[in-house]
Design a protein around this ligand. Structure first.
Ligand SMILES: [Zn+2]
Length: 146
């Protein structure tokens, strides 16, 4: 007896999706590891990001900025692990900043990425990133970046 053939509803990932993941996965892991303080949380957050992106890839492709859409997914997936962080979390300043400011500080000042690379990753203009760094410094009572 043979079972009737059913059409698989899971489509293989597109070439664009695979390329996007290859391009940003490493950077996403660095960000998630810095935010969560854990390799395994970072791995889970990035896997969840890729899974969510795969499901909404066609929507993300039509968004105003693919990187910005993907970054929002990553930020949310990483925030799912906020409760996992140790109490002596070095990124406790996050609560004092808007999400974009906190991400800019983490990418540029904690991970040491240049403005252009950090901005590309977040799907933002470099001038926006500079603005977030400046307002973050003011909010934290620090010297503004040069
Ligand atoms: Zn976790």
């Amino acid at each position: 007896m043979t079972t009737p053939a059913r059409r698989c509803r899971i489509r293989p990932p597109s070439v664009e999706f695979t390329a996007f993941c290859q391009l940003y996965r490493r950077a996403y892991l660095d960000y998630a590891r810095a935010r969560t303080g854990s390799d395994s949380c970072a791995q889970h957050a990035v896997e969840a990001t890729i899974e969510r992106l795969a499901h909404q890839w066609h929507v993300a492709l039509r968004s105003a900025c693919l990187q910005a859409s993907a970054w929002a997914v990553l930020r949310a997936a990483t925030a799912d692990h906020d409760a996992c962080r140790p109490p002596e979390n070095p990124f406790a300043y996050e609560g004092l900043l808007a999400p974009s400011q906190a991400d800019a500080v983490l990418l540029h000042q904690c991970l040491g990425w240049d403005i252009e690379k950090a901005a590309e990753l977040m799907g933002a203009h470099p001038s926006s990133l500079r603005g977030w760094l400046t307002t973050a410094a003011l909010a934290l009572g620090l010297r503004a970046p040069e």
